[in-house]
Design a protein around this ligand. Structure first.
Ligand code: UN1
Length: 476
């Protein structure tokens, strides 16, 4: 059994769960401990007790720890990428990119340890000066989803530790493997005991215990809107600091003057890579009349050519769906889109692989309108739909007509439309002539409306959530 990490010790539990490969459900990757209430409370207590010393540690000390994690991730990159692809199902190429991204995130925040920000400001009163500094929060609860088993934990854990917080980390039940390797690496750096704790297990047990604990000062969560709302409600009771990253229904607008090949490539990448299991996926392709026919034809051709298969097979373009329940959701939405009048241009069928796995041929719908459920609700699978519009104005209005606001994209050679879209799109991130998914690791990440709540993640903006500002007045 792969144990929990609590207060610097590996702890086995009475209950463990199998981690299975979605490319081949006969393959058990490992057995992972499930924490109960008591173990979760012990992890929170360890984080609480280790906080004062960690908060007071030198930037150099924290730099060295985070930098060692980056080095180790780089060194073990192929082994970790293969574990990632085996447990989550994204292709090995994507697994490698994600592992490199995790290493870069740790490297970035290692550097940030050495760049603490602050201001010294003269007061409006004579002989008084004002100092503005940032301080850590305390114990941070980190709850992460299954779709980026390494990158999302890294972009929460690295800044949490960088700014002097201690951590209780609960990864998604589906992907304990990468979380465990990250814990093993952090433990191996010589990080003081209790500063980083891993509690694998169920949301209903581990997550709820974290949410009801007074000593968890802040929670950062990425996952569904439904769970995000529960996290918020439970946290408000304690006036806990919150950061939520939830779904998207991201539009990719394709205008008449777009570079057709580039538009098709960006649509395929944004909609279907990582098996469409990204909150940044382009699930609504909004296309103007003049290019519509040519775009659909090329896109359909490209979709048909996508090879769905085992994540580790180099010939695979699209890996399996991550779980049986996600596959059932995808199939449900394909049915719903059909029933509401969508035209399934290609894909949507379950593919028989060499092994037992959750393989789904990417589904492309045309003839949809923006009010259909397929265009209102996040599917989180390889399912995209095309909405035909008259012109740029209708495209912009349609792209903004959504409850979500994470990411948006536009394909155009017109500077005028690109500039206008960047300004008027009600999303946290806007892409011009790029896929909506696949973001940099050193700049802010996050959205508006139902997509996000609280300060941005990543880059220097991460300090907003992971630290608190102190304004001190000094009269000598
Ligand atoms: C990306 O598109 O590069 O859960 C990252 C998600 C996002 C991360 C997307 N938080 O899909």
């Amino acid at each position: 059994m792969k144990p929990l990490l609590i207060d610097g010790a590996w702890i086995t539990t009475s209950h463990a769960e199998e981690n299975r490969n979605p490319s081949n459900t006969d393959e058990v990757i490992g057995l992972y401990a499930h924490a109960g209430r008591a173990e979760t409370q012990a992890a929170i207590e360890a984080a609480r007790l280790s906080f004062p010393a960690w908060a007071a540690s030198t930037p150099q000390f924290r730099f060295e720890i985070l930098n060692k994690v980056a080095d180790e991730l780089t060194l073990r990159k192929s082994e970790i990428a293969s574990l990632l692809s085996r447990e989550e199902g994204k292709t090995l190429r994507e697994g490698l990119q994600e592992t490199e991204r995790a290493a870069n995130i740790f490297r970035f925040f290692a550097g940030e340890c050495l760049r603490p920000a602050g201001d010294l400001i003269p007061s409006v009163r004579p002989d008084v000066s004002v100092e503005v500094t940032r301080e850590p929060l305390g114990v941070v609860g980190i709850v992460t989803p299954w779709n980026f088993p390494l990158a999302i934990p890294s972009w929460k854990i690295a800044p949490a530790l960088c700014y002097g917080n201690t951590v209780v980390f609960k990864p998604a039940e589906l992907v304990p493997g990468c979380a465990w390797v990250l814990a093993e690496i952090l433990h191996g750096t010589g990080i003081p005991k209790g500063v980083f704790n891993l509690v694998t297990g169920k949301g209903s047990v581990v997550g709820n215990t974290m949410l009801s604990a007074r000593d968890v000062e802040a929670v950062t969560f990425t996952g569904s809107q439904a769970v995000g709302s529960l996290v918020a409600q439970a946290s408000i009771k304690h006036m806990r600091k919150l950061q939520l990253e939830m779904g998207g229904k991201n539009p990719l607008v394709v205008l008449d003057d777009a570079d057709l090949d580039l538009a098709v490539d960006c649509a395929v990448d944004g909609a279907f890579y990582s098996t469409g299991q990204r909150c940044t996926a382009s699930s609504r392709l909004i296309v103007t009349e003049g290019i519509y026919g040519r775009f659909i034809e090329k896109l359909t051709e490209k979709c048909r050519a996508l090879t769905v298969g085992d994540a580790l097979d180099p010939a695979t373009d699209i890996g399996p769906v991550a779980s049986a329940s996600q596959l059932a959701t995808d199939i449900d939405y394909i049915e719903i889109a059909r029933a509401q009048g969508g035209n399934l241009r290609c894909g949507g069928d379950i593919v028989k692989g060499r092994n037992h796995g959750y393989f789904l041929q990417p589904a492309l719908f045309t003839d949809t309108d923006n009010n259909m459920r397929i265009n209102r609700e996040e599917v989180f699978g390889p399912v995209a739909s095309v909405i035909r519009v008259r012109d740029y104005e209708e495209a912009l209005a349609t792209s903004n007509d959504t409850d979500f606001g994470l990411c948006s994209g536009i394909m155009t050679t017109s500077l005028k439309h690109a500039a206008h879209f960047r300004r008027e799109s009600r999303a946290g991130m806007v892409m011009v002539n790029l896929p909506t998914a696949g973001v940099d690791y050193h700049v802010p990440f996050g959205g508006r409306k139902a997509s996000s709540y609280g300060p941005r993640e990543q880059g220097r903006y991460a300090a907003e959530f992971f630290s608190t500002v102190k304004t001190s007045y000094i009269r000598p």
